[in-house]
Each structure stands twice: as C-alpha cells, then as structure tokens.
Design a binder for this molecule. Structure first.
Ligand code: NDP
Length: 270
C-alpha cells in the first residue's frame, strides 16, 4: 500500500506551468492555485503573466511568475531554480506551451516545421528533463512527481492540413510513455492529455484553419462541422482541460502513468 491519500486537494504541492499567461495554461494555473497548490506561472508574455499572478493572489492563491521560453535551456534552468527558491520544491510540471501551424503539406516550409517542433516537442523534452532532475534530487524529498504533457486529438488521429502539428503532438504522446517507463520506479508519473478544439485563441485559429481547408474560409461553417461531429455537441472550454490537469496533478491519480487521456466531447471516438 502507498502512503498517498488519493485526495484531489493540492495543498502543499508545487506546480510549474508553461504558457500560463493565457488560454488553457492560465485556467490550469487558476484552478490548481484554488485547489491549494503553489503555482509558478511561466510564459514568454511577461505583462499578461504578471497580471495573472496578481489576480490569483487577490483570491488568496499562492503564485509567482517567471519568464520562460520553452525552447531555451537556460530559461528552463532559471525557471526551475526560481520555483525551488520561491516554493521550496517541485511536484508537478504542466508542459502546456504550444503553437499550431496548419497548412497543406506542400506549402509548409522547413522553418515552420522546425519552429513547431522546437516549441511543441523540444520544449517538452527540456522541461521534462530539468523538472525530473529537480524532482528526484535529495533536496526535494525523493517523493516523486507528476508530469502532464499537453498533446491533442491531433496526436492520436491524422487531420488533413495539420501534418506538422500531428507529428509534433504524436511525438509528445510517445515521449510521455517512454519517460513514464523510465522513471516509474522513482514514483514520477508522466501522462499526455489530448484535448479536442478548446475555446482559446489557438482554438479559434484551428477552427478558422479547418474552415479555410474545407469551406474556403467561412468560420461558422468550420465551427458547425466540428460541433456536428462532436457527440457532446459543443466546443470544449479551458475548464474542461484544467479539471483533468487537477486530477493528474493530485494524489487521486497516484496509480496513473504512461497513459493518454482524451478530452474532446467524443469527436475522436466517431
Ligand atoms: P494559446 O495559444 O491560447 O496559449 C498558448 C500560450 O503559450 C501563449 O501564452 C503563448 O504565447 C505561449 N507560448 C507560445 N510559444 C511559447 C514558448 N516558446 N515558450 C513559452 N510559452 C510560449 O494556446 P492554448 O491555451 O489553446 O493551448 C495550450 C496547449 O494545448 C498547447 O500545447 C496546444 O497545442 C494544446 N491544445 C490546444 C487545443 C485548442 O483547441 N486550444 C486543442 C488541443 C491541444 P504567445 O502568444 O506569445 O504565442
């Protein structure tokens, strides 16, 4: 038997989230802080990040901000050091930062392909490596940790016009499983989550991209195509994803690792 209490409460846990100034990352930061975690928000958007920590603190949450471009190894070292310094530990990493470039394959440049992989794949590699190094150090108490990697339904199934994004998000899925296998004995859990279209700036861009590819640019037609193919009949909200992130961050998920959790209203099931 483990000593974990399987609670959803995050009191005493320290979390670092990338791309946390807006969108899904921001909602995760707010929710996890409300559940009791100390949250290090990181992003390239410094003003929005500072605003976000002020609003979390006003509600009684514990939060700090550190600038972090996930493609920069030096930024990662500084962000992890800042987290250990501010909150004396690291229990959870949410690799959330990402970009989406959708284009017919024959129009995609090697620079666009590399940029998408630098942020969506290399950023996840760097973060996972440096976070695990901190999590397994003696200073951290050796109690393990949880790594939560944002993939996508586009990391599970092919989407026309999204080949580069699908390749990057598919890489995140298998990377997560391999790291889960390598570090399970140290009680480090690693899982990927796979949202469908979620209402954020990126989600709106994805709907527009679908509309461009299928309907010559009509946003409403793109939106309706996605809704009509979604059993639950709606686009996802950031809160739908944040709830899953809270679960995986918590001890309630203490026997869950190396798996993929889909949050898409059922669109990938039909
Ligand atoms: P948003 O574009 O709304 O937010 C992403 C955040 O990440 C932004 O603040 C962005 O800043 C930041 N960011 C971009 N590049 C970097 C970088 N190099 N280093 C640090 N931060 C960076 O995206 P979402 O909230 O919608 O998406 C979050 C994650 O969820 C992504 O990994 C995405 O692929 C995934 N996802 C999203 C879906 C959706 O429909 N929204 C569906 C499936 C998966 P900036 O504005 O400067 O780019």
């Amino acid at each position: 038997m483990t000593k974990q209490n399987r609670s959803f409460n995050l009191e005493g846990k320290v979390v670092l989230i990338t791309g946390a100034a807006r969108g899904i990352g921001l909602d995760c930061a707010q929710r996890l802080a409300l559940a009791g975690a100390s949250v290090m928000l990181t992003d390239v958007l410094e003003d929005l990040g500072e605003n976000a920590i002020s609003s979390i603190r006003e509600k009684g949450g514990k939060a700090a901000f550190c600038k972090l471009d996930v493609t920069c190894e030096e930024d990662w070292q500084k962000a992890i050091a800042a987290t250990l310094n501010s909150f004396a530990g690291l229990d959870v990493l949410v690799n959330n930062a990402g970009i989406e470039i959708a284009k017919p394959l024959l129009q995609m440049s090697i620079e666009e392909w590399r940029r998408m992989h630098a942020i969506n794949v290399e950023g996840v590699f760097l973060g996972t490596k440096h976070a695990i190094s901190a999590m397994i150090s003696d200073d951290n108490g050796g109690h393990g940790g949880s790594i939560i990697n944002l993939s996508s339904v586009a990391g599970l199934v092919g989407v026309p016009g999204f080949a580069g994004y699908c390749a990057a998000k598919g890489a995140v899925r298998l990377f997560s499983k391999a790291v889960a296998a390598e570090f399970g004995s140290m009680n480090i859990r690693v899982n990927s989550i796979h949202p469908g279209v979620i209402k954020t700036e990126m989600g709106d861009k994805a709907i527009q991209d679908v509309a461009n590819i299928v309907f010559g640019g009509d946003f409403e037609q793109g939106l309706n195509l996605i809704k009509n193919n979604t059993p639950l009949g709606r686009i996802g909200e950031t809160a739908d994803v944040a709830a899953m992130v809270q679960f995986l961050a918590s001890d309630a998920a203490c026997y869950i690792t190396g798996t993929e959790l889909v949050i898409d209203g059922g669109i990938s099931a039909v």
